[in-house]
Write a protein that binds this ligand. Structure first.
Ligand SMILES: *Cc1c(COP(=O)(O)O)cnc(C)c1O
Length: 354
């Protein structure tokens, strides 16, 4: 066994050394509903309006019922879950809790989702950028050489946005074993993928953090609900830092209803995966389409002859796609979300006209 595959264990990974000192030492806000959570007849503790509007009372700050439902669905204990206003919130919480501004850094594998670097910038945390290989997988040697003593968090996105592919499991495992900081795996698109979620490896890796969202497969983007899964110790840190009532009551109720009808989500996923295959087939017969990247998500990244021209021509026909051609590694690439049968047909017709 060489030094790079040395197994991560609790003695190597010390959460108290990783977390920012001010966060470690702070006392979190204690809300009215933290100090009393049970049932009572008269509630005069939170300065709420007593007249019933359905939303006049503060929501459960710990989302006990919703986390229980998510936990049962995923086979995870609720104390390994923190919920956020979209998964964008835990991305910010992680950086804010573990990275000392102007001293620590986060490492990103590009091209990838834009929010990691935005949250780092907002928090004055340095970004170390490593390019993914030509097939958008982890270049292990490059990553290993880029990690230094300032690196606190490595963000992996699998399936990756905008490329659509899963990162290879053995390289992710290698990284989890090698790196002493947090390895965050953003699984926003995992429902559409062939492979298993990293949730099942939470007990194996104390430094693993998994992000999932209700914005894609679940069809609840406007609700703003994301889930972050990690060890009890990591979740406890994030719970100290999050706003007390970060998930509103309507979101909690609607998400619970969606989970109780999970087969609706599963049917959409099957439908979208079939449409993705069909769309890829149709795209492959269009002359300006030079390459269709393999996708484990609900979108396709395609390379065209002239991305700018394709984008503006589609726009003129009332079809919006995402121009990713300015991003290093995505030259002349366009990202297309898999739509309804009708939307996909309109796209193909429009592309054929170019
Ligand atoms: C869409 C997306 C998200 C979801 O963000 P929300 O804030 O949960 O809506 C997270 N990560 C990636 C990579 C995404 O593409």
């Amino acid at each position: 066994m060489d030094e790079f595959t040395m197994p991560m264990n609790d003695t190597l990974f010390n959460i108290n050394k990783l977390v920012r000192k001010n966060i470690l030492n702070m006392k979190p806000y204690s809300s009215a509903r933290d100090e009393f959570s049970g049932a009572a007849e008269v509630y005069l503790d939170a300065n709420e309006n007593p007249y019933k509007t359905n939303v006049n009372r503060y929501p459960d700050p710990h989302q006990v019922e919703l986390k229980k439902a998510i936990g049962e669905l995923k086979g995870i204990s609720p104390d390994l879950i923190i919920l956020g206003n979209g998964s964008d919130e835990p991305i910010d919480l992680l950086i804010r809790s573990f990275c000392e501004p102007t001293i620590d850094s986060v490492l990103l594998l590009e091209p990838t989702y834009g929010m990691y670097s935005v949250c780092a910038d907002v928090n004055a945390v340095d970004v170390q950028r490593v390019q993914l290989s030509v097939n958008f997988d982890i270049d292990w040697e490059l990553v290993r050489r880029s990690i230094d003593t300032s690196t606190k968090i490595i963000f992996l996105c699998s399936p990756n946005n905008p490329s659509g592919n899963l990162l290879s499991e053995n390289k992710i495992d290698q990284l989890l074993n090698y790196f002493n900081g947090l390895v965050v795996i953003d699984e926003a698109y995992i429902d559409f993928a062939e492979s298993n979620s990293y949730l099942q490896k939470l007990s194996k890796y104390p430094n693993l953090v998994v992000l999932q969202t209700f914005s894609k497969a679940w069809g609840l983007a406007a609700l703003r609900l994301g889930a972050c899964y990690a060890s009890k110790e990591i979740i406890a840190v994030l719970n100290k830092v999050k706003y007390p009532y970060n998930i509103n009551i309507l979101t909690q109720q609607l998400a619970l209803e969606a989970i109780q009808a999970v087969e609706i989500k599963n049917n959409w996923v099957t439908e979208i995966i079939n449409s993705r295959k069909e769309l890829a087939l149709q795209l492959s017969s269009i002359t300006i389409v030079e390459h269709i990247y393999p996708s484990d998500a609900n979108f396709l990244l395609i390379k065209v002859k002239d991305a700018n021209h394709t984008y503006t021509s589609l726009l003129k026909q009332g079809i919006i796609v995402r121009d990713r051609s300015k991003i290093p590694g995505c030259e002349n690439c366009i990202r297309i979300t898999v739509g309804t049968e009708y939307e996909n047909k309109k796209l193909i017709e429009a592309l054929k006209k170019l």
